[in-house]
Design a protein. Sequence first.
Length: 401
Amino acid sequence: MHELSEQPLVIPPSFGLRKVAPRACIADKPHLQEFFCETLEDLGFVTCKYEGHSSIPMLVGEYQPDLFVLGLSIGGVDGANVLETLSANRYQGCVLVVGAPASLMAKAVQEFGAELGLNMLPLLATPFSDEALRATISSLLPRETPPNPIVDVAEALHSNWLELWYQPKVEIRSLTLCGAGALIRLRHPTWGIVQPRAFVPDDDDPHFYALSNYVLSQAMQDWQFFLGEYGPVDLAVNLPVSFFTDANAIEVLMGQMPKHPAFQGAIVEFDMSEIGGNMALARTAAERLRVHNISVSIDGLGADWPALLQFDDFPFVELKVDRSVVSRCADDRLKQVVCRNILEFADSVGARTVAEGVENRADFITVRELGFDMVQGSFLAKPMEARKFARRVLRQPLQIS
């Protein structure tokens, strides 16, 4: 029977006793702890790994988890001790037992926890889906609201809270991986995963350039990691057009590129909302980057696409149609018209096209029939941190439901 070793409880730092995101502690075998931590963090939890019931007094008193996940693979005797110790320390959160539905042990643990007065959630029967886990803990899920006050990006850079997540870009007919887009995230010790709108500064912020440098540097480090795990992967990073107002921007960017024979270049994405007021700068940057084997893509393209007609010599290799146009396009003829117009323009300038934000089968079929080259969206895969991306995307074929 597997027993957990008695190790010091590893608790993420927090600020006083204030809790913004829900907290969870995972008691299970190491590889299952990793799985639950990743899955619950995707749902907005801050997590820690349980290392032995002698640490429960500190866990309950200081960390105050809202959820305690008890995997029965740790062994029935240890599970009973965990429940008894939680009860003795007046644990007020919920307990989620994970085990086989027909197991006598699972039934006994559920009943024992209820007899102790603990808040027992319904058994999460193995094997289970992400949807089943979400449904079981639905009452604990956080609301999608940005932190207040807004996170200071200088503090985030100094504290190493930033990380890049990746979403695959997929050839729409063969469903083969043709690259990935890097998306910045912040893992805050109290708020958990924070979306960019809560911490990305304005262009005139003195720390904006440092943030862009971080994105470049981390993406190229992750490229090296992906190379070792799978092979070369074409990565795209979003940079503001204003980044290239600095005379040394191209040299800085080139200094970040891997000096490896397998490196075939990268993609820089400019947001369409910035193109209109910076056309000359965007054109110059794209032309100079092309010389260094770095392509430029236009991201977030929508009904404003006619502004691109002003370019005599089109230096951009890719057009990414915004999710606001793609989402639910299967049932919206006006959105389909916008897509067709962009596709015709892309064909006239020799640019490839990407449909962003595809979240269901109907939209996937529609953008494929319209003639897009590539697709991104949660229907194929949500953004995920680098190691999960390598494990779930790079090491196995993509699947669609």
